[in-house]
Design a protein around this ligand. Structure first.
Ligand SMILES: Nc1ncnc2c1ncn2[C@@H]1O[C@H](COP(=O)(O)OP(=O)(O)OP(=O)(O)O)[C@@H](O)[C@H]1O
Ligand SMILES: [Mg+2]
Length: 363
């Protein structure tokens, strides 16, 4: 067990700045997720920690030790790769047993541990097969098994569940998380799936274009996103963004979207002024914070339904707001047709205001 720290990590591939001054610390025993869109530098960051890629700048610590010049085999990390990388000439059993054989673990213990992880991963029936005889999702679980069979100081996992069907993925998320807790092994886990990050992580580092946009606990990312990127990346359906202007009137701020004007809650005033009271802002409102009804509501305004998506336990209603389409989430079934008029109310206490120029959160 050990903490893992990245200090000002930089990695370039020719002209591509893949990792741009990344800083984080995974605490001892923590489950830290690196979350971000394709190409944002997640794998590159993980490979530098594993020692498979050399940073151009910066430092990596495992425990108290600076490991920049330590070869991968001396870092005591187990990595699950995005593309499995199994030994094709070895059966599943031997693929999983391999890291233990290298470490001269007694045969009986190897057998016990291989069978344990195979059970956990639901691949007990596949131990006699070769990798080429497995589906993508099965190969992925074997790769995971090869990492889990060891008890290293650190687990590094790169999208280890991406090829599993929805049901198996949900099962594996819970099992992996449970196992990690039990073993207390510091884990850095890469994914581009926000739901996976939110359910598994102690803390999440949201990355974009090689940089960390925010590092926080899941709830904080949802309730207090630091900028429009994080706000739009966390939550499904995504937060709605509406351009608006801010005007001060009688000591409070009024938000004008061009379609409706609404006074902002009193406690917003201080934050708006601390941010220099920008006149051009972006209103961020999550679909679950828009109330929708067939009858006229005080503080509400009338809109036209564009399309509805009934999802069973809830309905997503897309409506027109000026030129934009805004999504609202209704708990339960809401039947409406294209062109129907309905009333919506934005719960402004739950709203986020971002500076249009910088994208930074004001409230
Ligand atoms: N060996 C390489 N040579 C050149 N460019 C590379 C190399 N490896 C990665 N890159 C580039 O560096 C950037 C970051 O890549 P990286 O693989 O870290 O992204 P990622 O966040 O893991 O994406 P994904 O979710 O698609 O796996 C990308 O622009 C990628 O094209
Ligand atoms: Mg990757």
């Amino acid at each position: 067990m050990a903490r893992v720290a990245a200090k000002d990590l930089v990695k370039r591939f020719g002209k591509v700045l893949a990792v741009d001054h990344v800083n984080f610390e995974a605490r001892d025993g923590e489950f830290l997720v690196l979350l971000g869109p394709s190409g944002c530098g997640k794998t590159t960051t993980l490979r530098m920690i594993a020692g498979l890629e050399t940073p151009d700048e910066g430092e990596i610590y495992i425990g108290e030790k600076l490991v920049n010049d330590l070869p991968p085999k001396d870092r005591d990390v187990a990595m699950v790769f995005q593309n499995y990388a199994l030994y094709p000439h070895m059966k599943v059993y031997d693929n999983i047993a391999f890291p233990l054989r290298v470490r001269k673990v007694p045969k009986d213990e190897i057998d016990q541990r291989v069978r344990e992880v195979a059970k956990l991963l639901r691949i007990e029936d596949l131990l006699d097969r070769y990798p080429r005889q497995l589906s993508g999702g099965q190969q992925q679980r074997v790769a995971l098994g090869r990492a889990l069979v060891r008890k290293p100081q650190v687990f590094l996992m790169d999208e280890p569940l991406s090829n599993l069907d929805a049901k198996l993925r949900v099962y594996m998320r819970a099992e992996l998380k449970r196992l990690q807790r039990e073993l207390g092994i510091t884990t850095i886990y890469v994914t581009h799936d926000q739901a996976e990050a939110m359910t598994m992580a102690d803390r999440v580092a949201v990355m974009n274009e090689g940089k960390i946009m925010q590092l926080a606990e899941p709830a904080e990312l949802y309730y207090k996103p630091a900028n429009t990127f994080v706000a739009g990346f966390i939550g499904a359906p995504a937060m709605n963004f509406i351009e608006a202007s801010l005007v001060k009137r009688d000591g409070e701020y009024v938000l004008d979207t061009g379609v409706f004007k609404v006074p902002l809650p009193k406690d917003f005033v201080q934050f708006i002024e601390e941010a220099g009271a920008p006149s051009e802002v972006i209103l961020g409102i999550r679909p679950e914070h828009i109330e929708i009804s067939r009858e006229k509501t005080p503080e509400g305004f009338e809109v036209e339904v564009f399309v509805t998506e009934p999802l069973g336990s809830e309905t997503i209603i897309d409506f027109r707001h000026g030129d934009a389409i805004v999504k609202a989430k209704y708990p339960g079934l809401f039947e409406a047709r294209h062109g129907d008029k309905v009333w919506v109310r934005f719960k402004m206490k739950e709203a986020h205001i971002f500076d249009k120029k910088t994208g930074k959160a004001i409230v």
